[in-house]
Design a binder for this molecule. Sequence first.
Ligand code: NAD
Ligand code: ZN
Ligand code: ZN
Length: 332
Amino acid sequence: MKAAIIDVDRVTVESIPDPTPGPREVVVAVAACGICGTDLHIADGEFAPTLPVTPGHEFAGEVVAVGTAVDPAVDGVRVGDQVAVDPSLYCGECYFCQRGRGNMCERWQAIGVTATGGAAEYVAAPVANCVVLPGNIRPVDAALVEPLSCAVHGFDVLAPTMGDHYLIYGAGTMGLMMMELAKRAGAASVSMVDLNPARLETARELGCSAAVASADELDRPRGWDNVIDCTGVVAAIEDGLPRVIKGGTFQQFGVANEDATARFSPFVVYNQEIRIVGSMAVLHSFDRAAQLLAEGVLRPDVMISDRKPLDDYPAALEQFRAGVGRKIQVTP
Ligand SMILES: NC(=O)c1ccc[n+]([C@@H]2O[C@H](COP(=O)([O-])OP(=O)(O)OC[C@H]3O[C@@H](n4cnc5c(N)ncnc54)[C@H](O)[C@@H]3O)[C@@H](O)[C@H]2O)c1
Ligand SMILES: [Zn+2]
Ligand SMILES: [Zn+2]
């Protein structure tokens, strides 16, 4: 089969052996696989413990083979099913897994990060990681379930209240998903900040309250109940944190460089009872994201800007790096 390969100094599309399912695995014929910042980190040598690796952790497609110990009657997954796949591979045994925090697993692995991923014609995955898609979701759109499940976990951590005002930095795919979830979560208003005018235009099209290049343009003197960073950029983080209302919450959702530091006033955080929370990947949120997608929380036609053949994976990765478009997918 054809598969994208990220190696130390190059990204290629090559022919590699077809996967065969382990006893409790299935093989999925990939309909679409999204590209995100994690793939760039892998290409830049920051994430995957061993290169080369086939990337792709945001994918969906059709089950074409099941392992010897998969029982369709019990597992609910059979050949011909359309599925989205949670790429997380938790050990289930470590300190954090024992406490239901698999996203902190001490032996954390993921399909498309440490194991062969979905930027390929076929990919093997544990049957337990498959969510059979409701009939109204197209498999190519279901590649959005994984990033959406990260945003859903973000909301679990955020624990917002009806009538909250939101300020979101970054109107890329993730910022826009957070915006859509905020509206569903009873936001009184959702304002978006981004430096890229095209991204602000999309935020307007999807129905935000305001879309601006600087939060200074907005008039909310007491601040916002929830300020969410979806950029990972220190300048945005330092701008956003002081804009949290007394008693409100700042969420670090964007992935900053590992060695980045940001300044904040510990006095203000103490004095105004500011809550600062992180959110890391997927946790008990994958199936709920699929349900939300089925109920129309996102407009895939707007969210997905590019669908490219698998052969174009290297160019697609560079297009994502350049910030052109929104969610870019390859469709093997
Ligand atoms: N926490 C998680 O589980 C999780 C999951 C997926 C992605 N992420 C991270 O979320 C972030 C957003 O992901 P994405 O796919 O939307 O990325 P993206 O690159 O498409 O979007 C980021 C946006 O931030 C904007 N931006 C950059 N600097 C800014 C500034 N100073 N002020 C305002 N806007 C600024 C950019 O113009 C861009 O539109 C990334 O850091 C990504 O790694 C986190
Ligand atoms: Zn991703
Ligand atoms: Zn574990």
